[in-house]
Design a protein around this ligand. Sequence first.
Ligand code: SF4
Length: 266
Amino acid sequence: MYDRFNRRISYLRISVTDRCNLRCSYCMPSEGVKLMNHSDILSYEEIVDVVYEAVALGISKVRITGGEPLVRKGIVSLIEQIALVSGIEDLALTTNGILLADFAEPLAAAGLQRINISLDTLDRKKFRATTCGGELRKVFDGIEAAKRAGLTPIKINCVVRNSSDEPDAIAVRDFCSSNGLEVRFIHEMSLSDGRFTIVENGHGGDCNRCNKLRLTANGMIRPCLFSDIQYSIRELGVRNAINKAVGMKPEKGSVSVTGNFYNIGG
Ligand code: SF4
């Protein structure tokens, strides 16, 4: 499927939860947020239905996000069901890595192909401070487990304040090159200010080439991260919501005042 600007829409990012086991300062306030009611969150059956319809319409790449997707119970069985949908060429997941050491093997066995892991600093104290208590050791264990499970290429998402020449970014870059990992630098974004740039070593933020749709944890199809346009699959039906979203996909991102990174999935 193509949008009004002749961009081929082939990539669906699915947020399976707004919950997370960390509180990264640039994503979620340390005191936490008002979470969605469980009844608002899509069931796995509903998510798999969306994937079948989306693939029938031309989606070939699916990424599972959150919040933190590994905190949602039964996530391995969801991956298993999505991996069975014929027509998916690329099935990936983005995680903060904290639980990955226990999940890497079962996810790979379920059909997950590759993984992105968030890592902004190698400084244990700074990591604990910016994530409100996260343990850096667990992320390193998760990376090693992902390597053993063959979830490659492993991409590291490193959020930088202003530049990839910041000391933490340089340290992460060196760590990645000496560990066979691919690093991408994501400059801090602001949905409400409409502040975003193109991801270094990635495609995110490049509106001219955008091929994305997003499914939020509560069943909204959003054609753009930096927009408030959204269509409910529960109200309109999956196919209708997807077609409306593609039809209304903006040429460029602007601002979003209704969305949050933790419930849209970045
Ligand atoms: S801002 Fe919107 S159009 Fe631009 S790359 Fe992001 S999702 Fe695509």
